[in-house]
Design a protein. Sequence first.
Length: 272
Amino acid sequence: MRRSKVVEWRAMSTIVLEVTDHVARITIDRPERMNAFDIDTHEAFAAAIDRVESDDDIRVAVITGAGQRAFCAGRDLKWTAEISSSPEEVRAEADRRMAALTRLQFRFDITKPLIARLNGVALGGGLELALACDIIVAADHVEMGLPEARRGLIAGAMGIHRLPRQIPHHLAMGYLLTGRHFSASRAAELGLVNEVVPFADLDAAVDAWVADIRRCSPAAIRATKQSALDALHLSLADAAAYVSPAERAWQNGTDRIEGPRAFAEKRTPNWA
């Protein structure tokens, strides 16, 4: 556990949430199942994400998996197989809960920066989770992929939509339609990850990104992320006219005054 003046740690079943110095660290803690998600893990993860967004003391969140083998292997297919052989009403309830949780988990209203710390394989829903983050830092042994079609499934937690928007169309379709894996170095070549480092350097690399974000105004960060994501579908002219709620809050706040003042006075800003 990281040491600081303020440390909060909470275990939520198979999700561990640690909050230290305005930084939330969410760990998927099912290494015996390659950190795959069953429905209880989904619910605990959704609760952790809710906490990140609602707690004004949290400025950035790092998402990772326990151990070195897996960031997240997606949906727990053993659990899925067990559910598939259950009575119809049990299957229907599981499908209803999973669909609702998928919408929560990969929702679009998270204004805090999310960093994916890829400590091991990121497959299926694990890669979809990483794609939903703002920054991805990967260890150099990591493999990624969306192999759902090989299992009779689809990458329905936004993988089929995010991947073609984040890398060239034909390359994305090649991975989606074959289920092929690709390496961290290949992901870097495609512009899909921000940084690839040896596993021994992974924490230092992630901490550097966290530190740079923490130097920035929290209000400006939230306005930047929300405005950028909200306006992705707009024309450039319409985007120029759009003002997100977070940008409106920044306009009415004090950080936009404090930042230039601190620069002129050659001191560290005192963000609100």
